[in-house]
Design a binder for this molecule. Sequence first.
Ligand code: GCB
Length: 607
Amino acid sequence: MIKISSFFTIFLFFFLSSFGQQPIIQNIASRNNLSLNGKWNYIIDPYENGFYDYRREAFDQSKSKVGGYYDDKRSVDKSELIEYNFDKSPTLKVPADWNSQEERLSLYEGTVWYRKLFMAKPLTGKRYVIYFAAANYESHVYLNGKKLGMHKGGFTPFQFEVTDLLKAGENSLVVKVDNTRKKDEVPTINTDWWNYGGITRDVFLAELPDTYIHDYKVQLAKGNANFIDGFVQLNGITKSQKVTINIPEIALSFSVNTDEKGYADIKQAVKKLTYWSPENPKLYQVKISSETDEVNDKIGFRTIETKGKDILLNGKSVFLRGISLHDENPLIPGRPRSEGDLRMLLTWAKELNCNFVRLAHYPHNEEMVRLADEMGLLVWAEVPVYWTIAWENPDTYNNAQNQLSDLITRDKNRASVIIWSVGNETPLSDPRNKFMGNLVDRARSLDNTRLVSAALELHRDGNKVIVDDVLGEKLDLASFNEYAGWYWGGTPKEITKYYFDIKYQKPVVITEFGGDALAGFHADADTKFSEEYQQALYESQFKILSSIDGLRGMTPWILVDFRSPRRPHPIYQEFWNRKGLISDTGKKKKAFFTLSDYYNKLSKSFN
Ligand code: GCB
């Protein structure tokens, strides 16, 4: 019998294949790739002149219409009118946002056209795929003047097969990237982070065999530390093949046979494993080979579950000593551009004595999650269902669901990821409960081995802080954001009177608390924006939070100051949210040390 998760994989595969854009290829970065990173020529197009004609009809909707910039025309005839020229246009670096590279683009929201010329030598019998790890927000992609497809969502990968379009010699790849905020999109128009535009993550051309390993899951079964439960999916003509899974370090090698759809379950008893944990982030080389393809991965094995108010990692109760972070390098400032940028962020989290990070509020780079695997940090992974989403629009729902499915598909083999979060601080209503409830069901149907949660809100009655959102009933954790001492409740010393009334018998993980501090601004602990205020706030928070029965973790807001259009104060903010424990120049504030001491003690006392 086909399991539900396998059914969805197959369904998504055929559904998406028919629209040009393919479902995500697992671990594509490890394949034979030609990097398309580097300098791309660009044209700023605020009126979308390269996409629509003067009657506002899209050029690419009609074969007879010419004029789209994706034609990448060069003048051959001196009488010809061409009003753009990529060859003579300036360049932007990829991967990187455009805001941080060019003064004119720092506040820009709209369309920018990117063009990359590259040489290829396609081989017969091979297949070629162009892969974008992320571009914000809506991308239309063209190769040699032909449209490959469109993708929405600023933080998830997308790809197109180009085997039939790739030319021997020079190829022109053109991408229209539009970061206009829109009410019905995911996220919606209002967020407390910078709307960085551009091709923000890696781009490459991957070469694959005719029939290749498209997807696989090699993970421990739910609640069973001695059994691998997963699947493998081939794509190509020779669908029925023998596939061997080999983990040399434990001398394990076994085979499965794929069916006429290229699919096989992987079910295998396994012994002698060293389990992955933050203290010992053990990863195994895993080799998956079919008759026509081979892919190598580094995979950790661990179990995660809840029992009453405990979170059990490999069967042992764990306290999640966490911190929230955005996908931003404050020193640019902008989206991270390299593994080094990502490593810097996670190294800071380690220096805080964390064993957990909340990668807020959208999928971070795949490389970040792989680093968390390697460095030993548990991960909360989230989709940008943030604040006031258009709950009643079915397209908005489908978009959110696609982003969630892509995140789960991409990161399902990462031991570090223990929680899928379906959103943050969403206002209560029936349509919202339905929307988010459906996302929870979807997450569980795609992956029954991890916890599912969301960052909820609370309300107050006198000194009582109440958490009773109905969505909480469907989640594995009681997780909520709590801003006592900043947005409400008075000064840090006044908040110790608050106590919590949490309706669910579940482990409690506080997803946010915190307050702004401008690094280097010193005053007394009642003065907002001072380092002393932030520090006192953390100390009082530890007092009120420690009285919660079932407190099993926290991810204070936030590791590093980050840019936000919502924060204009001319002295303290200058369009930075200053709730970071580290400043925009990398300086650790007082509260950084307060939290690292607290976590250090917890790491010794909590078993
Ligand atoms: C929140 C949001 C987060 C904001 C933060 C703040 O509750 O989840 O995205 O940045 O508050 O600083 O207000």
